[in-house]
Design a protein around this ligand. Structure first.
Ligand code: IMP
Ligand code: MG
Length: 182
């Protein structure tokens, strides 16, 4: 336990451990998409996936493009209700593209379930999911995760893009902060 901005914090995944796993995911994706690299688009889900995507894209040794999609889930800060709204859409069409949706965490799966339904209506050539974290204990709808960083226990985590009330996204590790719970 250590002090983080005045609150007690426990590290779950170190920056080194995250970096090693992101490098592995990058190699795996590069291998799988070797033959259609030019049509590969990483779609990051704002804002949580931005740090992960910026590291991941540099670990994939293929030509690719990136876009971002903004999502708001009706509900409180830490619980998704399953009713999801696109607050900021992609800047480019994804028809005929190979899309990898990049997410920070799949919790209930409701956000990703909605997003996949939505993206599939845009005629991409393929859609896969890359999530840094997965909390299987909380699954409400099954979501296929093609590339997964880490499976974690049912604890609310922050850092490396993940926030509690918009804070801690800038921390280089992933940890549990006392008082930042659902
Ligand atoms: P889902 O729809 O329940 O799968 O929720 C996914 C979204 O909830 C993620 O993209 C996060 O923004 C947020 N979320 C879920 N669990 C956590 C957590 O432990 N820390 C921070 N954000 C979380
Ligand atoms: Mg998110």
């Amino acid at each position: 336990m250590f002090d983080l901005e005045g609150k007690r914090c426990r590290e779950m995944l170190s920056a080194q451990k995250i970096a090693a796993r992101v490098a592995e995911l990058g190699r795996e994706i590069a291998r799988d998409y070797r033959d259609h690299g030019r049509d590969l688009v990483l779609v990051g889900v704002m804002k949580g996936s931005v740090i992960f995507m910026s590291d991941l894209c540099r670990a994939i040794e293929l030509p690719l493009t990136m876009d971002l999609i903004g999502i708001a889930s009706y509900g409180d800060e830490t619980k998704s209700s399953g009713v999801v709204q696109i607050t900021s859409d992609l800047t480019r069409p994804i028809d005929h593209k190979h899309v990898i949706v990049v997410e920070d965490i799949i919790d209930t799966g409701l956000t990703m379930h909605y997003l996949l339904d939505n993206l599939r209506t845009r005629q991409p050539r393929s859609v896969k999911v890359c999530s840094l974290l997965h909390k299987p204990d909380r699954a409400v709808v099954p979501v296929p995760i093609d590339y997964l960083g880490f499976t974690i226990p049912n604890e609310f985590v922050v850092g490396y893009g993940l926030d509690f009330s918009q804070r801690y996204r800038d921390q280089p590790f992933i940890g549990v902060v006392e008082g930042a719970t659902e």
